[in-house]
Ligand binder design. Structure first.
Ligand code: HEC
Length: 111
């Protein structure tokens, strides 16, 4: 178990090296992504509020990509009402944990 964790940590470090102080912990993510799963875990799912949107798959994206996207919603650079509402409720640590978690999911497993 320790070995697996070390590998995960190394893989995570490579991904979040650019993210300065906040180091994402994928093990802290499950409780934080409960609300994401409702939209993002379903292949081909479309959110219907406030309009019909195709919900992008985020599993398997790089941690940096997910982090940048969430921060862009927070700052209003990316405009999507539901994602903005969600992003502003997340701390930097939440975002790092979530990004680390999703970047470890394989793309093929989700498709
Ligand atoms: C109400 C449904 C809904 C929920 C809940 C939700 N999302 Fe999203 N998310 C979307 C939609 C729709 C988009 C596409 C928005 C757009 O076009 O900008 C999106 C986009 C994203 C993107 C950008 C993906 C890309 O490829 O550009 C990320 C990252 C993301 N969501 C992460 C999360 C995380 C993390 C959570 C939970 C904390 C979450 N979302 C919860 C509907 C949702």
């Amino acid at each position: 178990m320790k070995k697996i964790y070390a590998v995960l940590v190394l893989a995570g470090l490579a991904n979040v090296a650019a993210a300065a102080d906040v180091v994402g912990d994928p093990k802290a993510a499950p409780a934080k992504i409960e609300m994401c799963v409702g939209c993002h875990a379903i292949p081909g799912y479309k959110a219907t509020f406030p309009e019909v949107f195709q919900v992008p798959m985020i599993g398997g994206q790089s941690a940096k990509y997910i982090e940048n996207a969430l921060k862009a919603y927070q700052k209003g650079e990316r405009k999507h009402p539901s994602m903005k509402g969600i992003a502003v409720s997340l701390s930097d640590q939440d975002i790092a944990d979530i990004a680390a978690y999703y970047s470890q999911q394989s793309k093929t497993a989700q498709k």
